[in-house]
Design a protein around this ligand. Sequence first.
Ligand code: FES
Ligand code: FES
Length: 186
Amino acid sequence: MRVTFTVNGRRTEADDVWEGESLLYVLRERLGLPGSKNACEQGECGSCTVRLDGVPVCSCLVAAGQAEGRDVVTVEGLADHARRRALARGRPYPEGAADGPALAPVQQAFVDAGAVQCGFCTPGLLVAADELLERAPDPSDADIREALSGNLCRCTGYEKILDAVRLAAVRQGARDARDDQEGSVR
Ligand code: FES
Ligand code: FES
């Protein structure tokens, strides 16, 4: 069957999809988007997390056919998603650059906080963390733990991951406060 859906802002078609094929398989093997990782294929680890109509899901558990006509964001589209979100909120993103940076703010925070080791869990964590920061710009530690509770990491011990999400939230808050201030003096 053919599946037609939007992936990272682009209308996309996948042909010859078998009925039992997962969204994760289609993304990785048919569409050339290997960012979402296949670690357990059982919905246990979160390394395959993508957003389906805005909601974080384990793409290994979603049948590709369920994505028909829907909107998918993978880690490859995270920077562009963050850019479009900022523009929709009337926030400059980033200062002076037309196309946006290669990394979303949450990705840069993971780099800066040293929250990546082998990186296998990272794409799923980034997608989940970005969704949290979208709906809860100033999350508590409990919020962060809950949002990331479905994402397993074997390497980092989670502290640096928590640091990264806190850092992204602080930067986002500082940026919003500065933009509000600049807007009020214009
Ligand atoms: S590969 Fe999907 S949850 Fe582990
Ligand atoms: S960095 Fe290796 S599993 Fe998380």
